[in-house]
Design a protein. Structure first.
Length: 384
């Protein structure tokens, strides 16, 4: 009898504990970003933007009566680690949705895990075309693929007086994809494509590639890499006396950081970006842009990070809107709701269009693309 009473008491305690857990339960959102390694600066910017969105949502009562909890993991700028992080978030942390994974190679490495566990991921940065065309119905991307960025660049080409361009790109899916997509657009406009030089993501000396490019008859260098490596490229190009026009792609340049760290070497360079925080009134959603930039400043973050951090902010807001629409924080319900989600992001309307094989389409939103120029240590929107 005593044992029976003790068992009932234990069950009661467990029930009370479980009820307490259920009452205190948060809605978890996994965040898979590079916080160490070559892409650490960019990943940290995105995470800080995500935190602003989560805090804003929670200050307004959260979602479905619960607070958002960001479960943030470092993929160490490594594809193998990115896949392991995704599995950990899904199986151990039980997140119903993920945002990630910054670089294209990182995101591509995660994608089989999404298929295996049937958990959606909001892709906030990666631009490889393969991400939305290989047949993964759990992928929803708010950043432009290189092909969209290249198409937006097409009407600008006559103003830049390009006749022949060489490429210097990071040797991964992002860089090689950019060279391919921009190369197609240039050729279609009768602009010659010359050398396509690559650089490993950890490389710090690009002088050999730049020396080859200096010796060609091209007038422009198209560069695709993260801001840390881009800073080195600009400094080394200047040291070698290269006078060619430089245009960067991928929206990960942080022009203010380039001005600060590359100095005069950044002068006269052009950069394709998907957010224009220097001109809030020129953005698609000025009031929200000003709120976001105000929060960014209030937290003591460097303004330079705003050009990337907005993706984390928009990514979490998009996920939250889908959870609200789904009415529950379950993977399949969130994936279905993302197709119906529509909101105005900091870089334009977020609404997913189908891409990829029939029946296994991924979602792709089409953001705005801007060309900015660094002129006398200032960011300007050239009149093109």
């Amino acid at each position: 009898m005593a044992k029976h009473t003790k068992l009932l008491a234990t069950i009661a305690l467990l029930s009370t504990g479980l009820a307490g857990q259920a009452f205190a339960q948060t809605i978890k959102i996994g965040v898979n970003e590079p916080l160490t390694g070559p892409f650490a600066a960019s990943g940290t910017y995105v995470v800080n933007g995500a935190k602003i969105a989560a805090d804003e949502i929670n200050s307004k009562g959260g979602l479905l009566g619960k607070k958002i909890e960001l479960v943030i993991e470092d993929n160490k700028s490594n594809p193998t680690e990115a896949a392991a992080v995704a599995e950990k978030l899904i199986t151990a942390d039980k997140v119903p949705v993920i945002m990630g994974a910054w670089g294209s190679s990182l995101t591509l490495a995660v994608m089989p895990k999404l298929m295996e566990y049937k958990v959606p991921m909001l892709v906030e940065t990666s631009s490889s075309g393969k991400i939305t065309t290989t047949g993964n119905p759990y992928i929803f991307r708010i950043s432009p693929p290189s092909s969209v960025e290249a198409a937006a660049f097409k009407p600008i080409l006559p103003k830049l007086s390009m006749k022949k361009a060489d490429f210097l790109v990071i040797n991964n899916d992002w860089g090689r994809g950019a060279a391919e997509d921009f190369g197609k657009v240039l050729k279609a406009e009768n602009i010659q494509v010359g050398l396509i030089e690559t650089m490993d993501q950890a490389a710090q000396d690009m002088s050999a590639q730049l020396s080859k490019i200096k010796a060609t008859d091209s007038d422009t260098i198209m560069v695709t890499t993260a801001v840390e490596q881009l800073t080195l490229v600009l400094k080394q190009a200047t040291a070698l006396g290269i006078k060619k026009q430089i245009v960067t792609t991928g929206g990960s340049q942080n022009p203010d950081q380039l001005i600060e760290q590359a100095g005069l070497a950044a002068n006269g360079t052009y950069h394709l970006t998907t957010f224009a925080p220097w001109y809030p009134d020129e953005t698609p959603n000025p009031p929200v842009t000003k709120y976001f930039l105000g929060e960014w400043k209030k937290r003591g973050f460097n303004f330079a990070g705003a050009t990337e951090s907005f993706r984390g902010y928009d990514g979490i807001r998009t996920i939250a809107a889908a959870i609200e629409k789904a009415g529950k924080a379950e993977p399949e319900a969130i994936a279905a709701a993302l197709w119906q989600t529509e909101l105005l992001g900091l870089n334009g309307k977020i609404k997913f269009e189908k891409q990829g094989p029939s029946g296994k389409e991924s979602g792709q939103s089409m953001p705005n693309v801007y060309l900015i120029k660094i002129d006398n240590a200032k960011v300007v929107l050239p009149k093109l």
